[in-house]
Design a protein around this ligand. Structure first.
Ligand SMILES: [Zn+2]
Length: 700
């Protein structure tokens, strides 16, 4: 300090205090809350931007010190140092982005629009830093005799730097940074537009006639949605999947089904300020440009080169192998539904907004199965207990609910997770109900990831769902699909909770995009086991187990309507891949025309829509995660169908040795191994597609 007059240092101290006050709890190096949870009640929106700014500056300083180190580059002073850096930034980003997904407001949305391009520029500056890249390249794993985990971390860093443009010429690097910043803006706008379209629509049901066909649970959910939105109407249908799907199933008002369906499938395509089509054209063009700069034929080629599938051709082969039998199956399903329409005395052609309604009628006729009959046996608490019990029987985990921990919304629940020997695994949060401040869908995320580099850090994992909440004092009842979603996301949660690695880069779900759905989809299998349902599917009032005959009918109907389900999913996956194989977009991609043409070329059945139409396909446009990667659910399903067979072959769905291998090589292993290697270590071989086709009822 050269200007050290007493007045100046007092001034400095004052400024430091003021800066700390501006960032609130983010000024504390460690939170003294239970389990180190973020002190949500003390964080206000105004803290985020200054906290991000302080964290970005300190991370940049850490990076500069690593790059400027004059000692020869080693794993410790370069790679491990990078892994240790950025703690404050991780902390503020994890709180902020969790809340901007699950409980946002206009202030957070404004911060999000400001900060996402700055974070992208910050990331680019690191990955395009020539001095840093030179040091990472100079680390010699042989000379240092690095262990397997260290080699894997080094390898992943090198891959990431190359894929971010570290080897490019300076002008190309500048362009990569521009693209990354613009992509961040576009992804944020895409998500915010979608949430605006979703939260602004509500179909009012004003008369008894408007409610025709709706069972009591759906009337109650529609009334709760009206109250939640302070609607002037007694009942409304929102675009939340857990409300609109049952409405399309049960409403006997064809005109209202059409109206609701139309709004649902036109999200992002309103023609107004929230229309996403212009953003999509720009996103697709920028992705293609980035891939070309890196020397790839298309974004899909770039993306798939770092996955288990390895190339767009292999992914497309799988999609086509499933498409053909599913197309056949869907045509048969359609004919049966059309016959039902005729049998009711109507003469209209089955339309997209009719499919779910008539499929439910057919399911009732063929399997004597009624959604309303199943739900009372699937109260939310019972399904949570089933998911926990399955984790106990497979992995010895215990869950203890914690009533008094900080939470960001009163509906959020928290559990301490322990191993059988009492040792701590981590913390699990469940945020189950739909609300207008939450984006649609269901997901798993982390407030803190597992690692051992900075101490023995235990994970804090959250599952976010959009179930329609029952009125106060009543049990929330799930559909079987909702229960499956809960098991799916809980499988992801276990991938985060059981993570057992040293380096943050490899923790939990940080695996190849087409491997990450294995732990989640595999977990769904246990929900479908009679042994699990007999124990946990109990009537929410009487506690009686699901009648054996209902259970049999439920399981027998498992492959019912799978032609439809496979077509709506696979169509989305094929359109995603086709978009990202093209270089279209440079002179203005016409999103609607492109989608229509891609669907025409695969002979999309007229009565089925894509599961996610392009203008609201958040998986592939709110970020890069699933772009040219929606196929990964099916790729992972090849793995999960085959993996569950390992338990069947062992003759015990909780077979201890098989479960131990599963924990070691899949749930606990993060990205310690290449995905094919990890799978082979668990199963002894790579999988075939046959169990998948059997699972979907599509085997020849
Ligand atoms: Zn998933």
């Amino acid at each position: 300090m050269t200007t050290g007059t007493p007045d100046a240092s007092q001034e400095m101290a004052h400024e430091t205090t003021a800066a700390a006050a501006r960032i609130g709890p983010f000024a504390d190096p460690a939170w003294s809350t239970p389990h180190g949870l973020p002190p949500f009640e003390d964080i206000v929106p105004a803290h985020y931007l200054p906290a991000f700014e302080a964290a970005l500056a300190s991370h940049r300083a850490e990076i500069d010190a690593i790059a400027a180190d004059t000692a020869p580059a080693t794993f410790a002073n370069t790679v491990a140092a990078l892994e240790r850096a950025g703690h404050d930034l991780d902390r503020v980003a994890s709180v902020f982005f969790n809340l901007s997904g699950s409980h946002t407001n206009p202030e957070l949305q404004a911060v999000e629009r400001t900060i996402t391009p700055r974070l992208a520029r910050h990331g680019s500056a690191i990955y395009l830093d020539a001095a840093l890249w030179a040091r990472i390249s100079a680390v010699d794993p042989e000379a240092e005799q690095l262990g397997p985990e260290e080699r894997r971390v080094l390898d992943r860093y090198r891959t990431r730097f190359r894929r971010s443009g570290a080897d490019l010429a300076p002008e190309a690097k500048d362009r990569m940074a521009e693209i990354a910043a613009r992509m961040a803006e576009l992804g944020t706008s895409f998500s915010q537009n979608l949430l605006a379209d979703e939260s602004s629509f509500a179909l009012p049901l004003e008369t008894e006639d408007d409610l025709a066909g709706l069972p009591p649970f759906l009337r109650a959910a529609a009334a709760a949605a009206a109250r939640e939105r302070a609607s002037a109407h007694g009942h409304v249908i929102t675009l939340s999947r857990s409300l609109i799907e049952p409405f399309l199933v049960f409403s006997t008002r064809r005109d209202l089904r059409e109206k609701a369906y139309d709004a649902w499938t036109r999200r992002g395509e309103s023609g107004g300020a929230t229309d996403n089509r212009g953003l999509i054209a720009e996103i697709v063009a920028l992705r293609a440009e980035r891939a070309r700069l890196l020397g790839y034929d298309s974004f899909a080629h770039f993306k798939l080169s770092d996955t288990m599938a390895g190339s767009p051709d292999r992914a497309m082969d799988l999609l086509r192998n499933v498409w053909t039998p599913a197309h056949h199956q869907a045509a048969t399903e359609r004919d049966r539904l059309q016959a039902l329409v005729q049998a009711e005395g109507h003469n209209f052609d089955l339309a997209k907004h009719d499919w779910r309604h008539y499929a439910e009628k057919l399911r009732r006729a063929e399997h004597d199965l009624d959604e309303g009959e199943i739900k009372p046996y699937l109260p939310l608490d019972g399904v949570i207990a089933a998911a926990f019990d399955t984790a106990e029987r497979l992995f010895g985990l215990r869950f203890e609910e914690l009533p008094d921990v900080p939470r960001y919304h009163p509906d959020v629940r928290a559990w301490a997770v322990r191993n059988a020997d009492g040792s701590e695994v981590g913390l699990f949060l469940g945020d189950y109900f739909a609300r207008a401040t939450k984006r649609s869908g269901a997901w798993m995320s982390a407030f803190r990831s597992q690692e051992r580099l900075n101490g023995d850090i235990k994970p804090i994992i959250v599952n976010v769902m959009n179930f329609a909440k029952a009125p106060d004092g009543e049990a929330t009842l799930l559909s079987f699909d909702d229960a499956r979603t809960l098991f799916h996301e809980f499988g992801h949660a276990l991938h985060g909770l059981l993570s057992d690695v040293t380096y943050p880069l490899l923790a939990g779900t940080a695996v190849a995009g087409d491997f990450v759905e294995l732990p989640s989809q595999l977990y769904e299998h246990w929900l479908e086991q009679p042994e699990v349902l007999r124990k946990h599917a109990r009537h929410y009032r009487t506690g009686e187990p699901m009648p054996e005959d209902l259970l049999k009918r439920l399981l027998a109907a498992r492959t019912f309507n799978q032609g439809f389900a496979t077509i709506e999913y696979t169509a989305s996956a094929i359109v995603d891949m086709t978009l990202h194989l093209s270089s279209a977009g440079e002179d203005g991609l016409d999103v609607a025309a492109f989608e229509a043409d891609a669907l025409k070329r695969i002979a999309m059945p007229a009565e089925i829509a894509m599961r996610h139409r392009t203008p609201h396909f958040a998986h592939i446009f709110s970020g890069d995660g699933y772009a040219a990667g929606y196929y990964s659910y099916l790729w992972s399903e090849v793995l999960d169908a085959d993996a569950f067979d390992a338990f069947r072959e062992a003759g015990d769905i909780f077979h201890p040795e098989t479960a131990a291998r599963l924990r070691k090589y899949v749930y606990g292993a993060g990205n310690l191994r290449d995905p094919s290697e990890a799978y082979t270590a668990f199963r002894g071989r790579l999988p075939s597609i046959d169990p998948l086709l059997r699972q979907r009822g599509l085997a020849a």
